[in-house]
Design a protein around this ligand. Structure first.
Ligand SMILES: Nc1ncnc2c1ncn2[C@@H]1O[C@H](COP(=O)(O)OP(=O)(O)OP(=O)(O)O)[C@@H](O)[C@H]1O
Length: 270
């Protein structure tokens, strides 16, 4: 990665969710979920609509607290730790990030530095370097002075990714990083996630494209109705039986001739 490297790379388990449950009012969204994620791993979080993927990401980011069980993020309880402390270890790119449309790309990426800046918010050399590194890593240098409202949807998603990188997190949480992207940019987004993981970050990405997830991720975690129903390497997790069970869809399951990754294709049309 040409972007900013964390100063001290942690190793081992960075995210640990133990027996966590969460409900929105009376409606359970997660029930007894356990999983752990390590530094250097790219994990794909899969499951049908409403399975609880975004809710799990919100628990890991500390935006909600489990009603039962526990969540640890780099040794912190993310729901009760100071937000600045959480933001120094984890960056979340939500499905629909909030954005100030009048800001330029560079200014938006600089916002990722907020958890590391002093009270006056004046950018240091480190801040400027991190921002330039993130702009380069996300191929945004040529767009740096454009306003966000003058970008395409796909370009804007790259800005949010760059803002998260500029934050220099240990854990990168990506909620549907490939949504609304064309095929080439979907692949580019997953490549950026892979590069971040190879640089030592723990990357957890919510994904709907099973084939893209299988081609990119080290490990897949499948949620269904608020529970983890499978976890492991893509080839072990993405069987035709499991896809039929979890997504309710019969599929042909093959293996990519060049990469060896599993490939699934629906065998029925709507
Ligand atoms: N703010 C909310 N208030 C009430 N219920 C909610 C809220 N957000 C999510 N839910 C419910 O919680 C469950 C899990 O939702 P969640 O968004 O975590 O699923 P998801 O797997 O991310 O789905 P999708 O793939 O559609 O984004 C769903 O039944 C959803 O309707």
């Amino acid at each position: 990665m040409t972007g900013p490297a964390p100063l001290e790379l942690p190793t081992g388990t960075l995210v640990e969710v133990k027996d966590a449950s969460f409900s929105y009012g009376a409606r359970p969204a997660l029930e007894g979920v356990s999983f752990a994620a390590q530094a250097g791993e790219l994990i794909g979080l899969l499951g049908p609509n409403g399975a609880g993927k975004s809710t799990l990401v919100r628990l890991v980011a500390g935006l909600a607290a489990p009603s039962r069980g526990s969540v640890r993020l780099c040794g912190l309880d993310p729901a009760t730790a100071p937000r600045r402390a959480v933001a120094r270890v984890a960056a979340l790119v939500p499905q629909e990030p909030r954005a100030g449309w009048a800001f330029t790309v560079r200014e938006s990426v600089m916002m990722g530095r907020a958890p590391r800046q002093g009270l006056l918010g004046l950018p240091s050399r480190l801040d400027l370097g991190a921002v330039e590194g993130a702009l380069q890593a996300c191929d945004l240098a040529a767009l740096a002075d454009r306003r966000l409202d003058a970008l395409s949807g796909g370009e804007r998603r790259r800005v949010f990714f760059a803002r998260a990188l500029a934050q220099e997190p240990r854990v990168l949480l990506l909620d549907e990083p490939t949504a609304f992207l064309d095929l080439a940019h979907q692949v580019a987004a997953m490549r950026m996630a892979e590069v971040a993981a190879r640089a030592g970050l723990c990357v957890i990405a919510v994904l709907h494209d099973l084939n893209l997830a299988a081609a990119s991720c080290d490990r897949l975690v499948v949620l269904s109705r608020g529970r983890v129903v499978a976890e492991g390497p893509p080839a072990a997790v993405l069987t035709a039986e499991r896809v039929r069970e979890v997504w309710g869809l019969p599929v042909w399951r093959g293996v990519h001739g060049e990469t060896g990754a599993p490939v699934v294709l629906p065998t029925v049309t709507a």
